[in-house]
Design a protein around this ligand. Structure first.
Ligand code: DNO
Length: 395
């Protein structure tokens, strides 16, 4: 397994020397400044590669996270030929620059979603949290989707209403900005009014329609990826549930099986994100990993603690509900299989996903979920698990 680190580019508050200090060698990044749907040119990719290499720290850009899928493709809206052509061109340009692992997602409108970015942890650090009652308050009372009361248990709806009634303007503004924090462009944010417009654009798109649009995307893109030797890996939905009436179709073991079977080629792969999948009460993450191991090309390792009402909080990487040593064991076994069968690109890049803000992280203003110390703790702990399991491997 290859240790990776997500770096948001020159605007990241964490410097490349700090990335090197974590011990990770593979940089996971994207050209976040290029609007979704436009081509990533060879020049732009080379310039970012050079920036990383010229730091002289032995870091190399190995994984793209993400090459975004334009919302028109997700909605199946209009003449999509130019968007598919641009996507394939970006893949071809990335392959020309030697970058072959591409993470993307098919979540409509919102990427990862949390209601609280600063839930306290022991000793004064903070964690990301998804609180079902806060999400319901946002959905029912701030966005005004009364019909969505059905998608929450009654007691959650009652708590949502009481939170909303007792909330100040500032509390609501904070909730909105927490929910928006996951938007990938780092610069896109919606107001409630803009969000309502984005949701309205999905009217009439349910699970079946979204699957159909996703199927079309896979058919347009995977053959080209295969020819280029590029491995695409879809990121599961986070959280793995419908939100704001938007369907989410990469949430469960069955969903992952559907994606893998839709186009049964190695180039149609999975980002094994243990935190996203692990937030669904029915998902057993090591089992999902072993069922799909041949198609895992990238891994995000982190943990969550789930609560009965659908809330969850990000736990330390070796705490929480997912058995991390069991999961790492599945990935190591798969790598051994690939190596023994002489498969190239056998090694899986993994990165510590999210982390608590700890010590000097607090107040530093790094991307939510992506502080230095908290992720370095996760990286070091999981590095220990990998080292320990490797030491036990038969010679
Ligand atoms: C959150 C990330 C996601 C991920 C995208 C991939 O921390 O794991 O935002 O980058 O969903 O497309």
């Amino acid at each position: 397994m290859i240790e990776g680190w997500r770096w948001f580019g020159p605007l990241d508050g964490i410097t490349l020397p700090e990335v090197a200090q974590t011990g990770a060698g593979a940089v996971v990044t994207a050209l976040h400044e290029i609007p979704s749907g436009e081509v990533w040119s060879v020049e732009a990719i080379q310039a970012r590669k050079a920036l990383i290499a010229e730091a002289g720290l032995g870091l190399e850009w190995l994984v793209v996270e993400s090459l975004p899928v334009h919302d028109d493709i997700k909605r199946g809206d209009g003449d999509l030929k130019p968007l598919f052509a641009n996507y394939r061109q970006s893949l071809s340009n990335l392959a020309e620059c030697g970058i072959n692992v591409i993470c993307y997602n098919f979540m409509p409108v919102l990427d990862w979603t949390r209601t609280t970015l600063d839930a306290p942890v022991r000793g004064g650090g903070t964690a990301l949290r998804f609180d079902a009652a806060r999400m319901a308050a946002f959905e029912l009372h701030m966005v005004g989707r009364e019909a969505s009361a059905d998608s929450y248990p009654d007691d959650v709806v009652i708590r949502a209403t009481s939170w909303f009634e007792g909330s100040s303007e500032a509390d609501r503004a904070k909730l909105l900005s927490s929910i928006m924090a996951g938007l990938p462009g780092a610069y896109d944010r919606y107001s409630v009014v803009e969000l309502k417009d984005a949701l309205a654009a999905y009217d009439g798109i349910g699970r079946a329609e979204l699957r159909e649009n996703y199927y079309r995307f896979l058919q347009e893109v995977i053959p080209a990826a295969s020819d280029l030797g590029v491995r695409m890996c879809v990121h599961p939905d986070d959280p793995p549930r419908d939100l704001l009436g938007l369907p989410r179709i990469v949430s469960t073991s069955e969903d992952v099986a559907w994606v893998m079977q839709a186009v049964p080629e190695r180039a149609n792969g999975l980002t094994l994100c243990s935190g996203s999948l692990g937030a669904h009460p029915q998902n057993d993450v090591p089992t999902i990993a072993s069922m799909n191991s041949e198609r895992i090309h990238f891994a995000h390792l982190r943990n969550v603690s789930k609560e009965a009402d659908g809330s969850f909080q990000e736990a330390a990487h070796l705490e929480g509900d997912t058995d991390m040593p069991a999961l790492v064991g599945v990935l190591l076994d798969e790598e051994r299989r690939r190596i023994s069968e002489g498969i190239s690109d056998a090694r899986i890049v993994w990165r510590p996903d999210h982390g608590h803000e700890l010590g000097s992280d607090i107040g530093r203003g790094t991307h939510p979920g992506y502080p230095l110390n908290g992720r370095m703790r996760g990286l070091a702990e999981i590095r220990g698990v990998i080292t320990g399991l490797r030491a036990l491997e038969p010679a």
